[in-house]
Design a binder for this molecule. Structure first.
Ligand code: ADP
Ligand code: ADP
Ligand code: ZN
Length: 218
């Protein structure tokens, strides 16, 4: 089974993705995580994408498409994957379809998480991520067991550079302009599954499962 998850910045895509891939045993592909890792590793890709990300702007399509093409060709994608944060433009969606056709694959469901703007602000403001392994927390809603330290690896948890108030709003704006049109694109293909994103992490995951259970996912 191959899935996409979409939603505004801070809606809970990364958090739900972790739970979904665990349940279905599929591979989690987050373009945001790939870019953050590249920046941390100081690779050429990292240098290319950092200024866009810090400003809250999208990385240019040609760079993202190339990264995704390489990632999808890896073996662990053959038994199913969940794409988190890709596609973000119609161009990326069209490219994805071409790549999958070549690989003899297709997308089964597009999960769209809807959250009110004021909830998004709270989620992004309290978001903290591990500097080392990228695990994500929330000061209020998903605090680590030890204050300031990652449960998984013990390293410090910090605020993302693009979670400042100014950048956060800019990202929401870009999402509405560039990514929201994908809703219509996938709805026309009858792939769109709308998920209410308010309530606890468990509650949202329950709704995702309930939606998925409507389909035969074998
Ligand atoms: P969020 O949690 O805000 O939804 P991500 O962690 O998925 O964001 O991505 C962080 C940043 O990485 C984006 O703001 C953008 O700069 C870049 N990025 C990730 N995926 C893409 C993509 N598919 N197209 C363009 N830029 C991307
Ligand atoms: P995205 O990947 O869409 O940008 P994240 O999964 O990183 O979003 O979630 C943003 C922040 O909100 C994180 O700090 C996360 O722990 C927290 N969070 C995610 N889902 C919920 C929820 N249902 N209720 C409260 N906080 C949540
Ligand atoms: Zn960690």
């Amino acid at each position: 089974m191959n899935l996409l998850i979409m939603g505004p910045p801070g809606s809970g895509k990364g958090t739900q993705s972790k739970l979904i891939v665990e349940k279905y045993g599929i591979t989690h592909i987050s373009t945001g995580d790939i870019f953050r890792q590249a920046i941390k590793d100081k690779t050429e890709l990292g240098y290319l994408v950092q200024s866009y990300m810090d400003k809250g702007e999208y990385v240019p399509d040609d760079i993202v498409v190339e990264v995704l093409e390489d990632r999808l060709a890896e073996d662990d994608c053959k038994d199913g994957f969940l794409l988190d944060g890709y596609p973000r433009t119609i161009y990326q969606a069209v490219k994805l379809e071409q790549m999958l056709t070549q690989l003899g694959m297709h997308i089964d469901h597009v999960l769209k998480i809807d959250v009110e703007p004021y909830v998004l602000v709270k989620r992004r403001a309290g978001r903290r991520v591990c500097m080392s392994c990228g695990a994500s927390y929330h000061l209020e809603f998903k605090p680590p067991k030890t204050k300031g330290a990652c449960d998984a690896c013990g390293h410090a948890i910090v605020q993302r550079a693009d979670d400042t108030e100014e950048t956060a709003f800019k990202r929401l704006d870009i999402y509405l302009k560039s990514t929201y049109p994908l809703v219509e694109y996938y709805d026309a293909k009858e792939k769109l599954r709308n998920i209410h994103g308010f309530g606890t992490i468990e509650r949202v995951f329950f709704r995702i499962n309930r939606e998925m259970d409507k389909y035969d996912n074998n």
